[in-house]
Design a protein around this ligand. Structure first.
Ligand code: SAH
Ligand code: F3S
Length: 439
């Protein structure tokens, strides 16, 4: 048997999918996946650099593996993959951190060669072409129901706060034939849900020769037709790039879930400009209205940053009022974290005091809890098709699964099995979960 490999994944869904590519590349090269770091010859951490606290946590984990190597497993190889590899490069090899390998998001094909050489190494060059064409992700940590499929890599937007364009490189789309093939394999192995991933899915584009360009709406339609029994989701939509064609495709195909993740970041025009987001508050609200007109049952979720450079109380109030106006179904909410290398880091003072950021974030979270509760209460008494994912966390008597709107539902499971659709009536809720009964 080959050397054993343990992979730990942090951050976004794209990283989850990248770890599956890495697992595929390395098992093909003869390595064996194992379930715990204790048994591993090689530990790979697929990392996130989006905020400082993500990096701090991962550095702590690296210190743990470095100690493990020092005290128990001297032959252990520690590799750092993903966005921290891109960002921190050779620094990660220093004895203080203790990594042996540093491999960026576009260099995973080099892993077998680098591991075989058994020398410390850094491979972080970004590519404008790599889409891991021809590599079938190994779904090693799956629930067997739901899977991610990357349709593009990188990002060409330059939001001033964001490190992603620097760590993941320029945007490139993936061949639709290989995307459709991957979906077909998932369909044929019993998966019931696929999420198409990209930093900005609406800039997906593939030249089909004489047929012209295939935009995201066209890809979405092909995927929906390819797997009529599967739910199709996608993430993320950049607010003013989301096209009407995508919305009409969603409305037309019952298997495309009525959920749009539409990161707003701030409700203040002044902040949006400083963030170099390409829309105003009014344009964003217009987009929300258009979405709801075309897909009345839609859920809209968002990302919000509290305390960006120069944010005043009025800007913060504008974020709160926008949240109310939209009535988000859910949100991911963050304190602004200054990232070296970004435009904001170089040019805009990170001048909102930490305790003000904390206070504003708390207000944003409190408001969102209220809005999520309202949204959930609206569902009480209604019936939904729920895709069962497994047992609920609290009890093996209960199943949990999601509505098309991506809300978690818990109900007495009776005969429901993971991967089945259950018809559930909602009887009560919290701000986080719907509670239902089978009908
Ligand atoms: N287009 C991406 C965004 C990736 S980052 C996507 O597909 O989701 C996810 C979210 O992290 C962003 O929407 C933003 O709200 C948040 N974020 C990014 N950089 C940040 C920073 N420097 N500080 C705090 N939050 C940040
Ligand atoms: Fe980051 Fe903006 Fe792209 S948030 S990932 S630069 S769309």
């Amino acid at each position: 048997m080959g050397q054993s490999l343990y992979i730990e994944t942090y951050g976004c869904q794209m990283n989850v999918n990248d770890s599956e590519l890495v697992a595929s590349i390395l098992t093909d090269a003869g390595y064996t996946l194992c379930q715990s770091a204790q048994d591993a010859d090689i530990v790979l951490l697929n990392t996130c650099a989006i905020r400082d606290n993500a990096e701090t946590r991962i550095l702590g984990r690296l210190a743990h593996f470095r100690d493990l190597r020092a005290t128990q497993t001297p032959h252990l190889t520690i590799g750092v993959l993903g966005c921290m590899a891109s960002r921190l490069k050779g620094e990660l090899l220093s004895p203080r951190v203790g990594a042996n390998l540093v491999v960026g998001p576009d260099s995973y094909r080099e892993l077998p060669r680098l591991l075989a050489r058994a020398q410390n190494a850094v491979a972080i060059r970004l590519s404008d072409r790599e889409t891991y064409q021809g590599i079938a992700p190994l779904r090693y940590a799956t629930n067997g129901v739901s899977a991610f499929v990357s349709i593009m890599r990188g990002c060409d937007n330059h939001c001033t706060f964001c490190v992603v364009p620097f760590t993941r490189g320029t945007e490139r789309s993936r061949d639709p034939l290989s995307i459709l093939q991957e979906v077909e394999v998932l369909r044929d192995t019993g998966y019931r849900e696929v999420t198409l991933l990209g930093q900005n899915v609406d800039s997906y584009r593939w030249s089909m020769g004489a047929e012209g360009d295939l935009p995201f709406a066209g890809l979405l339609e092909r995927v929906a037709r390819q797997a009529p029994g599967m739910r199709i989701r996608f993430s993320t939509s950049y607010p003013n790039d989301l096209t009407e064609a995508v919305l009409h495709t969603m409305a037309q195909y019952g298997n495309i879930c009525p959920h749009i993740h539409l990161p707003v970041q701030s409700g203040s025009d002044r902040m949006l400009r400083a963030m170099r987001r390409k829309y105003t508050r009014a344009e964003y609200l217009q987009q929300v209205a258009r979405i709801r007109a075309i897909i009345p049952t839609v859920a809209i979720t968002t990302d919000i940053i509290a305390g960006f450079c120069g944010e005043q109380k009025v800007d913060h109030q504008a974020t709160l009022s926008l949240m109310r106006e939209v009535g988000y179904d859910a949100a991911f909410m963050f304190k602004y974290s200054d990232r070296p290398g970004t435009y904001a880091h170089n040019r805009l003072p990170d001048d909102v005091p930490e305790e003000v950021k904390t206070q504003r974030l708390a207000e944003i979270i409190e408001l969102q809890n209220e809005l999520s509760l309202q949204s959930n209460m609206h569902d009480v008494g209604r019936e939904f098709e729920v895709l069962v994912e497994g047992d609920s966390k609290r009890s093996a008597e209960d199943a949990c699964g999601r509505t098309g709107q991506n809300k978690m539902v818990v109900f007495k499971k009776q005969q429901s099995e993971p991967g089945q659709y259950a018809h559930v009536r909602i009887v009560s809720c919290t701000s986080q979960t719907l509670l239902g009964e089978l009908v």
